[in-house]
Design a protein around this ligand. Structure first.
Ligand code: NAI
Length: 702
């Protein structure tokens, strides 16, 4: 039973005990129901306190039960709350640390609520594409007022208990308890039990409280407009507004029915499924199949970064932000000065925008040291190399690190294309070497590919996964291969984008189509931002390594014109000095037209649908190969890479999830169609064996 029952004098204390966050799983729900029943039946009990053990009151539904029959098995949360409503003894919820989703709904079913200060209170269902489904939309407006409640429900963001308790007229918390919460809650429960016994007054229920607003129609119209503008691809936020309006305009029980209907209606929308998938996939990404939880970790108290260029500076900021001291090493003082100046400039911009307090900025800078000598970094627990992308340079750095670093230090490389096994082989401690592939700008981008070498030790992996969490990155483990997960997939997407130009598209048409699908940026705008010369260098290497692999020559012709992108003021698009707006370029269109004429291609009109599916299925097919080769341990890891690092639309759940939603059979059919296009590449569209197998068996990637 994952809820315990104790008796403190005349008060029964039911303690949810389902680590880590006391999720309301089946056993826990049974425990609560049994506790209430037992307390009601025991004449020596006057009141009940419900609380949570450990680090939470309750984080809500138990995500481990999602989609299983246990999630909905009786007693479900609605039934528990009904038991609270019907209970003839005082129930006090004693809230602390985390009180979210179903946890808050359970607390709202109690007659009274007390809280420790600092508890995070939220109804975060909207973040997985839902609305609260156990009365949250009907009860929260009754205790906090319509506007505060709706803000919380639409944003899903937590608010501290003491802030909520300080709101005028609020009825969410009856008391904030500074000392021992359980002692305070038990004393409060006894007091209330005595009061009700002597006054004979009925026990207060949130459902009986009135909901009011001085100008509801105007307010809900305003709320709807705001939500529509902010969340155009997500249906749930607008439904939150409808449900809260129902709390105001309908009787409580009718409002509950409405909430249920909306909740169930959202449950199977593609957006909700995608968000749920992303939520679970992110948690799954942090787990490595053969590195069990509890694998010992190394202590990371001091970090060194080699190279203070674009990436070195951004990487350093992540650690400074997390309060971890960093020493940056360079070859020349000027490079260090430039690196530090960039870090300062970034922080100062944040201070200017009010996103960072001036004293915090100084605290962070105080954690930064710079040096030209390896002697000053030898005691670091983790060293991250971010020098030029040349094997010779990496070799020199890693041989030196091997000589100077203390035993047990983790030696990481931020390489984006080089072989991490080879880099590890330059040392006598390949077990301590790992790739940490940050994305640019490294202080902003969430994604971190952790590249696992053949010999990388398990405790090194466990440690860097924990470090990633500390510096607030979403880490995904990739095996060693060219491009790792993200860039290996994007290369195929870029190849298709090139073929589309040859067949009749303009860069702007391709970008617009995929941006309409939801990508943050199309392939050509992205090329201009990252620098088209990077892809050029990769292709030059490919022409040697894989002469049979077809690419459109348009990207090479563009680079030969010196159009590397924003940094040269011109790329696939034209740019005005100091501005980032991509202006369609006549010169580029002419270059493409000439190239087509040289190839003897008559351009054709290509639909947005074809553009989107050729680009996305290029990702999917390469993704399937990555999973099959074991470069990624699961398909959902690829979705996380694309959601957090490549601007894939969240409401589509990532490329592999999108393919599942389309049906893998249909994906293969479309690929076969593309293969029949003589201007495309039939080999390219040969379905990966895993994809072909899953499609034939009617299965999905996840
Ligand atoms: P960068 O050219 O901006 O910076 C490299 C820095 O390393 C320079 O400041 C240089 O002075 C310094 N350096 C070179 N050799 C050194 C040595 N032996 N000892 C100490 N410092 C040395 O290059 P960037 O863009 O920061 O790239 C660094 C690494 O990060 C490369 O491996 C690159 O592939 C990788 N990377 C780059 C991304 C990007 O978008 N720029 C994204 C992800 C990874």
């Amino acid at each position: 039973m994952s809820a315990s029952y104790d008796v403190r004098g005349p008060v029964a204390v039911i303690t949810l005990n389902n680590p880590p966050v006391n999720g309301l799983g089946y056993d826990t729900r049974c425990g609560i129901a049994d506790g209430i029943t037992k307390a009601e039946a025991d004449p020596s009990i006057e009141a009940i306190v419900i609380t949570g053990a450990g680090k939470a009151f309750s984080g809500g539904a138990d995500i481990r039960e999602f989609g299983s029959p246990k999630a909905v098995a009786e007693p479900n949360l609605l039934s528990l709350i009904r038991m609270e409503d019907d209970c003839r003894k005082v129930i006090v919820a004693a809230v602390h640390s985390v009180c979210m989703g179903g946890g808050l709904e359970l607390a709202l079913g109690a007659h009274y609520r007390v809280a420790a200060p600092g508890a995070n209170v939220a109804l975060p269902e909207v973040k997985i594409g839902l609305i609260p489904g156990a009365g949250g939309t009907q009860r929260l407006p009754r205790v906090l007022g319509v506007e505060t409640a709706l803000n919380m429900i639409v944003s899903g963001e937590p608010v501290k208990s003491e802030m909520l308790a300080a709101l005028p007229g609020q009825k969410l918390f009856d008391k904030i308890i500074d000392g021992d919460l359980i002692e305070g809650a038990v004393a409060f429960a006894r007091e209330k039990a005595a009061e009700h016994a002597s006054s004979g007054k009925p026990l207060p229920r949130v459902r009986d409280l009135p909901v009011k607003h001085p100008n509801p129609d105007a307010y809900f119209q305003f709320a709807r407009n705001t939500v529509k503008a902010m969340a155009k691809n997500f249906p749930a936020p607008a439904k939150c507004v409808d449900a809260v309006e129902a709390a105001l305009k309908r009787k409580f029980d009718d409002g509950m029915v409405y909430e249920r209907e909306v909740f169930l209606g959202l449950m199977w929308t593609p957006e909700c499924r995608a968000l749920r998938h992303a939520f679970l996939a992110e948690r799954a990404a942090s787990k490595i199949p053969d590195v069990p939880e509890g694998t010992p970790q190394r202590t990371i108290a001091q970090v060194a970064v080699i190279g203070a260029g674009t990436m070195g500076g951004g990487i350093t900021m992540n650690f400074l932000n997390a309060g971890i001291p960093v020493t940056m090493l360079e070859m020349k003082q000027e490079a260090l000065d430039r690196g530090v100046a960039t870090i300062r400039k970034n922080y100062e911009a944040q201070v200017k925008k009010g996103k960072l307090k001036a004293d915090k900025y100084e605290q962070r800078m105080a954690l930064l040291k710079t040096t030209l000598s390896y002697d000053d970094v030898k005691n670091a627990d983790l060293v991250i190399e971010a020098v030029f992308e040349e094997m010779g340079v990496k070799e020199k750095v890693f041989r030196t690190l091997d000589e100077v670093m203390k035993p047990g230090a983790i030696l990481a490389s931020n390489t984006s294309t080089l072989d991490v096994n080879k880099i590890a082989s330059f040392t006598k401690r390949p077990q301590d070497v790992v790739g940490l592939h940050f994305f640019s700008p490294a202080n902003v981008m969430k994604l971190l590919e952790v590249v696992r070498g053949e010999k990388t030790a398990k405790d090194v992996l466990a440690t860097v996964m924990a470090v990633a969490k500390k510096i607030r990155k979403t880490a995904v483990v990739s095996g060693v291969c060219d491009g790792f997960i993200g860039n290996r997939m994007i290369e195929q997407y870029s190849r298709q984008a090139g073929f589309l130009l040859e067949e009749g598209c303009t860069p702007a048409q391709v970008d617009k189509a995929i941006e309409k699908f939801g990508f943050a940026m199309g392939p050509f705008r992205m090329g201009d931002l990252a620098g088209n010369d990077i892809g050029w260098a990769i292709r030059k290497r490919r022409y040697q390594e894989k002469p049979g692999m077809r690419y459109s020559k348009t990207a090479d012709l563009l680079c030969e014109m010196g159009r590397y992108g924003q940094k040269t003021g011109a790329g696939w698009y034209d740019y005005q000095a100091g501005k980032r707006d991509a202006i369609p370029s006549k010169v580029v269109v002419e270059m493409i037209e000439k190239h087509r004429a040289d190839l003897g291609i008559t351009p054709r009109k290509i639909s947005d649908d074809e553009i989107v599916h050729r680009l996305v299925y290029a990702l999917v097919n390469e993704g399937a190969k990555i999973v099959e080769e074991g470069i990624a341990s699961k398909a959902s890891d690829l979705d996380i890479v694309y959601l957090t690092g490549y601007g894939f639309p969240l409401w589509r759940g990532g490329p592999m999830c999108y393919a599942d939603t389309q049906g893998l059979f249909n994906v293969v059919q479309a690929m076969n169609r593309f293969a029949r296009n003589p201007l495309d590449d039939a080999d390219f569209w040969e379905p990966a064996p895993l994809l072909a197998r899953l499609a034939a068996e009617g299965k999905t990637f996840s």
